[in-house]
Ligand binder design. Structure first.
Ligand SMILES: *Cc1c(COP(=O)(O)O)cnc(C)c1O
Length: 380
């Protein structure tokens, strides 16, 4: 990661936005040195740019990883990891509870390239170990899974992957490094959809991939050749967002815990999924792995199925129905009609999703505002 070659003096306190797609080389020797990686500097934006490097450096610091790169989206960060580690004939083992598009990427896109994948319930460590094949190169899990917020035992899964021929990639988007730093628990690769809480202002699409030097060889080349490069403007905005990420997460996690407790006490609600509740099946693991931080998402299941969810969404006027997460304010999503629309009812039921399932992404409003907005929805 390099500094811009010639900062003005005195240098601006805030990093300028470098929109230039190309840099001027002094002579062929300099071009050769930079392009050959022997000298720090920039030539062509697809291969690297100052705003991307500044953002990646901050993400590396937050995650405690040696290597990192900003990518055009969270999805491209996942694609880069697979392309860097696996090739035709290899196998990727993935959690059966994954962000929908990640499952699609493997099942529909990578399968075309001869990279096979299969799914497993990663809460069952023996089943996960048994599902590893001799050609399994990558195990992909989410720290906190969508939408019912199951928790991955990252240290145990890293050990299982390393017992075979595989690396562990952790999608940490639902946790952020405020809640969990998977590399410290043994993950080889960690990714974030910076689009979500990391940027936190719902105005960029960006990803981050970080990892240990041992798995990094092919990563920069993959980003450049496949054109997965980040946009300087988006990187600048995301770096600004990251400055307040710990403060935002602190407030949002507090709101989430209180919202989970509030919802658990309501008769309209059948079940609440939140790793911070003692009733969560993996609460002990969550405590051991996260300490006292359990994330800013809360999923709850209304009695009365789809029609109850429709009433709640209509009545909760101050909680926008935005099928994403990590905005400044509290938003909700309805998995049955959005992220898990493509599954059969039986497939959804197996993941714990009903028509009455609502996933809340808690924002940074004062807690009273959050609880009264939820009350409005339930009383509607
Ligand atoms: C949003 C998301 C992604 C994909 O990120 P994009 O930035 O939308 O490409 C991947 N994993 C999880 C868990 C996400 O929430």
């Amino acid at each position: 990661m390099s500094e811009p070659a010639e900062p003005t003096s005195p240098r601006p306190h805030n990093q300028p936005i470098y929109l230039s797609s190309v840099w001027e080389c002094r002579d062929p020797q300099q071009a050769d040195e930079i392009l050959g990686g022997r000298q720090r500097g920039y030539v062509y934006r697809r291969d690297g740019h100052p705003n991307g490097d500044a953002l990646a450096a901050e993400c590396c610091r937050l995650h405690g990883v040696e290597q990192g790169i900003a990518t055009s989206s969270g999805m491209s960060a996942i694609a880069v990891a697979v392309l860097a580690v696996a090739q035709t004939g290899d196998h990727v083992l993935v959690s059966n509870r994954l962000y929908g598009k990640t499952g699609h990427l493997l099942a529909t896109e990578f399968s075309r390239l001869g990279v096979e994948s299969s799914t497993v319930d990663i809460r069952d460590l023996a089943a996960t170990r048994a599902a590893l094949r001799t050609n399994t190169r990558l195990l992909i899990v989410e720290t906190i899974a969508n939408p019912c917020l199951e928790v991955a035992d990252i240290a145990a899964l890293a050990e299982i992957a390393h017992g075979g021929n595989a690396r562990l990639l952790v999608d940490n988007t639902f946790a952020t490094p405020y809640v969990c730093r998977p590399a410290e628990l043994g993950a080889d690769l960690v990714m974030e959809s910076l689009t979500k809480m990391m940027n936190g202002h719902s105005d960029v699409i960006l990803g981050f991939l970080g990892g240990t030097s041992a798995v990094w060889d092919r990563v920069p080349g993959v980003v450049s050749a496949w054109g997965f490069c980040s946009s300087p403007m988006d990187c600048w905005l995301a770096l600004r967002g990251l400055g307040t990420m710990p403060l935002r997460m602190q407030q949002a996690c507090g709101n989430a815990r209180a919202a989970a407790e509030f919802l658990a006490g309501r008769k309209e609600v059948e079940r609440v999924d939140y790793p911070g509740l003692a009733a969560h099946a993996q609460h002990d693991l969550a405590q051991r792995q996260f300490g006292s931080r359990f994330g800013s998402l809360v999923t709850f299941h209304l009695r009365g199925g789809r029609s109850a969810a429709e009433c709640f969404i209509a009545a909760a006027k101050r909680i926008p129905f935005c099928p994403s997460l990590g905005e400044l304010g509290t938003t909700l999503s309805h998995p049955e009609s959005t992220s898990h629309r493509g599954l059969t009812p039986e497939g959804r039921a197996a993941l714990g999703i009903t028509g009455g399932t609502i996933r809340l992404s808690l924002g940074i409003e004062p807690l009273d505002d959050v609880l009264s907005a939820l009350d409005e929805g339930l009383s509607g």
